[in-house]
Design a protein around this ligand. Structure first.
Ligand SMILES: NC(=O)c1ccc[n+]([C@@H]2O[C@H](COP(=O)([O-])OP(=O)(O)OC[C@H]3O[C@@H](n4cnc5c(N)ncnc54)[C@H](O)[C@@H]3O)[C@@H](O)[C@H]2O)c1
Length: 333
């Protein structure tokens, strides 16, 4: 019997990476999971996956900033999903060099490794933040890029490198550009876990940043399916192209908090916290996706509505074993 194809996932221990790892194993892949080397020997969220899933996962500790670790990682892979990144916008104001090292140089290392090992496909992860505040809605992939934070700039730089490798060396890259993703295991740096986590910990006075910006929220299992969709579509349908992954729905942060209150059956009192407000020119006021290109190329469409996905997320955070992994009483950047 032929052995299962090998998929490499960087950032596998993180929020989206752990869901993608599960989805890949469920689809018949062996997964080689890059977990960032750390002194606790922590495998992040991979530690919480069921034993039958972990049986299909080889965990490798390493770092995308180190070219040697990445070269060894991709050997024999059928496909590489590159998700490892520093992702928090507030922390990118404090430590921008680390964002360039991880997101730009790290991606360059992955591109070089994939090129030299002749891996047949690389899925590179971008973000809707690269568009900045929408100039036209919904946002198609032809919308101009306008990086309003060091995080967005580092991701846009990585995207350009990916495009340039495709043009210069015919490296088989496809770029997936997820809009805001939410669900179980997301860190408290993001708005939905921040609200749900504070409520689950007994708070009713919720502190947040600006309530006016709008976002297009996609449930993490749908985002993981979008990765699989671009990873498995025929090469001529996806290689060298960028695809938005989003629902096309739009909600303000203020209305989102009200919806979470409804799902949790609790009235919430929201206070704006100056510390959490981004500098005015750095705040992305509006993001809403046009994912027509992804649907036409792969058949992908989201399966979860916002209320349904929020209910799944609430269920996760209400489990005391899960909540114990979070710090709900501090501002997590
Ligand atoms: N969460 C979202 O809403 C969203 C939206 C659009 C795009 N993205 C992109 O999706 C990807 C995954 O994001 P996430 O939300 O799961 O965040 P996450 O922080 O949970 O996952 C990122 C992972 O990368 C790892 N990592 C960081 N530096 C590393 C290094 N030097 N070497 C190896 N690993 C390293 C981290 O340990 C972490 O597990 C990122 O590329 C992010 O830019 C996320």
């Amino acid at each position: 019997m032929p052995s299962a194809p090998l998929a490499v996932v960087t950032g596998a221990e993180g929020f989206i990476g752990s869901h993608l790892t599960e989805a890949l194993v469920a689809s018949g892949y062996r997964v080689r999971a890059l977990v960032q080397y750390n002194s606790f020997s922590s495998y992040g969220w991979l530690e919480t996956l069921p034993a039958d899933v972990l049986a299909g996962v080889e965990i490798v500790l390493g770092d995308v900033r180190d070219p040697g670790s990445v070269r060894a990682l991709v050997t024999d892979a059928e496909i590489v999903y590159h998700l490892a990144a520093l992702i928090a916008i507030p922390y990118s104001y404090q430590a921008p060099h680390s964002y360039v090292d991880t997101n730009v140089t790290g991606t360059l290392n992955v591109l070089e490794a994939v090129r030299h090992a002749e891996v047949p496909r690389l899925v590179h992860t971008s973000t809707s933040e690269t568009y900045g505040t929408a100039r036209t809605v919904p946002i198609t992939e032809d919308h101009p890029v306008n990086a309003q934070s060091p995080y967005a700039a580092s991701k846009a730089g990585a995207d350009l490198l990916a495009d340039s490798y495709c043009a210069s060396f015919a490296t088989p890259v496809v770029t997936l550009r997820p809009f805001n993703t939410y669900g179980p295991r997301q860190s408290m740096r993001a708005v939905i876990p921040t609200v749900i986590g504070q409520v689950a910990a007994g708070e009713r006075a919720i502190t947040l940043g600006d309530l006016r910006p709008t976002r297009d929220f996609t449930f993490v299992e749908d985002t993981a399916r979008a990765f699989l969709a671009v990873g498995t579509a025929p090469a001529d349908a996806v290689l060298g192209r960028t695809f938005n992954a989003g629902t096309g729905g739009e909600i303000s942060i203020g209305d989102l908090v009200r919806l979470i209150g409804k799902v949790m059956d609790t009235a919430l009192d929201v206070t704006a916290d100056e510390e959490r407000v981004r500098p005015a020119a750095s705040e992305v006021m509006r993001l809403v996706a046009d994912a027509t290109r992804l649907r036409e190329a792969t058949g992908w469409s989201p399966e979860h509505g916002l209320e349904d996905g929020l209910a799944r997320t609430v269920e996760f955070f209400l489990d005391p074993a899960n909540l114990a992994r979070y710090k709900t009483d501090v501002y997590n950047i």
